[in-house]
Design a protein around this ligand. Structure first.
Ligand code: HEM
Length: 444
């Protein structure tokens, strides 16, 4: 048997939120905490190790509600974690998201000085996320979460974000979200693309072999094992501006919808252009057995159906011919929407804050999240697209251009407005349950 078949993940030590797809529909709450007192922080870790659920028993009726807990580098420092352990974490994590602004294209209006406080500051130490299919069960999960920090002097809740599913599992721009997920060997949770060979567990969980044949460890090994990195990023979406742009650059509604689909790579229903390039097919869009069952290279090398520069082909080029090796840049996503829906047809901005709490899960912040944001979203060189960028999600200072291959002539959109603005975020480490216990009990 190959190594792949032999990997057994210690699911009972991995936090639920790492591997399990979030429920649909969902409600979720994120809470950021500051640790003002070391021993209070360690008591928080002790209680958290009892409140979070593990990824074991995926079939339990309670498995779709969970509380997860993650720490920033500043959080580990606030607990008094020894230098040797701190140094064993990934360099990007040690820096934190705000320090990586230039790399991520967080410049101009996206830059950390304009982020929602306290995101990106040294005050955010712990992020708790509670996720559930409905508000009653979320409340129960939040109660469990609150018991980990309330009534402890020296722990302060400093930020909260509530999120909720929009109708038909759509994100605020109106596209179905939460469709494509990687398969992870040993997890028992199937991926959504039948053509994708499961990825080595070490791509997503610390302590296991990854696609490069390396095993990431921390000091002590127990601290990092079965943990992972999580990137939270609050992304404000300019929905009215996106709608206005589509309208003013098309001649009729069908044209407008085609342009939106070309930018995303999927119709709003989730149906992929790869399988229905000419018109939407909502039945296909809603069918999890078919809506991710495609590749790019053999069928569409030039991007005539799915442009190489659209959001989904950039962020997962599958087997398309690109510079580099796509499998080492995959990620688990756990995005949740926030803010009120802008009613259908409204073209004027109502001033409300709405968008996505983007959440990345992976064992390699640098070659997964940062690489995808900086090279695949904010640049086009990897597929031969020059300095074209992701037309929907790009950040960075330069103009956003997008090319739609077409016969007889391509269509080129230049100077596309920025539809997504970063409101801030954090790089976090989500320990395994034993890691949490280590953080509660390590010797100083
Ligand atoms: C507000 C910002 C964003 C919006 C509205 C958005 C929306 C979407 C939608 C609608 C899909 C297709 C449905 C699906 O496969 O789940 C998708 C896929 C995806 N997005 Fe985003 N996204 C955003 C930001 C990002 C960012 C910042 C990243 C990475 C740094 C990212 C990475 C991905 C990946 C990896 C996929 C799956 C592609 C595939 O496997 O086909 N997205 N996104």
């Amino acid at each position: 048997m190959s190594d792949r078949a032999n990997t057994v993940l210690e699911l009972d030590d991995i936090q639920s939120g790492v591997l399990r797809p979030r429920p649909a529909p969902y409600v979720a709450t994120y809470i950021a905490l500051r640790i003002d007192d070391r021993s209070a922080g360690r008591e928080l870790m002790r209680r958290a190790s009892q409140a979070v659920t593990s990824a074991a028993n995926p079939n339990s009726p309670l498995a779709d509600t969970w509380v997860s807990i993650a720490l920033t580098y500043q959080g580990l420092k606030a607990l008094g974690v020894p230098e040797e352990s701190l140094d064993s974490f990934s360099w990007e994590f040690q820096q934190g998201m705000a320090a990586r602004a230039e790399e991520l294209g967080d410049v101009g209006e996206n830059s950390p000085e304009y982020w929602e406080k306290p995101l990106g500051s040294s005050d955010v130490h712990v992020v708790i996320a509670a996720v559930s299919p409905n508000s009653t069960r979320l409340e129960a999960a939040l109660d469990r979460a609150r018991k980990t920090y309330q009534s402890i002097d020296g722990i302060e809740a400093i930020w909260r974000q509530d999120c909720h599913a929009l109708p038909n599992e759509k994100e605020p721009f109106g596209f179905r979200d939460g469709i494509s997920h990687p398969a992870i060997e040993g997890s028992g949770i199937p991926g959504s693309n039948p053509h994708e060979e499961p990825l080595k567990a070490g791509e997503f969980v610390i302590g296991y072999p990854d696609e490069m044949g390396s095993i990431q460890t921390t000091s002590p090994e127990l601290l990092g094992r079965n943990g992972t990195y999580v990137v939270f990023r609050k992304l404000h979406q300019r929905v009215a501006e996106f709608r206005r742009y589509l309208k003013s650059h098309s001649t009729n509604h069908a044209d407008e919808e085609l342009m939106a689909a070309k930018m995303m790579g999927r119709w709003r229903s989730g149906a992929p252009l790869a399988l229905c390039p000419l018109h939407d097919d909502p039945t296909l869009g809603a069918d999890p057995r078919r809506n991710n069952d495609f590749q790019f290279q053999e069928d569409d090398p030039a991007g005539l159906k799915t442009p190489a520069g659209c959001h989904i082909r950039r962020t997962n080029p599958r087997n398309a011919s690109i510079a580099g090796f796509a499998r080492i840049h995959r990620m688990i996503r756990r995005g949740t929407a926030y803010g009120p829906t802008l009613p259908d047809g409204v073209l004027d901005d109502d001033g409300a804050d709405r968008g996505l709490m983007f959440a990345f899960v992976g064992a390699h912040i640098g070659r997964q999240f940062e690489f995808v944001q900086s090279q695949w979203i904010n640049d086009g060189v990897f597929f031969g697209g020059g300095d074209d960028k992701d037309p929907i999600v790009a950040s960075g200072g330069n103009p956003i251009n997008f090319t739609q291959p077409r016969k007889p002539v391509r269509k080129r959109l230049q100077g596309i407005p920025r539809f997504v603005v970063s409101r801030g975020g954090e790089y976090c480490f989500m320990p395994g349950l034993q890691g949490l216990r280590w953080l509660a009990n390590f010797e100083t």
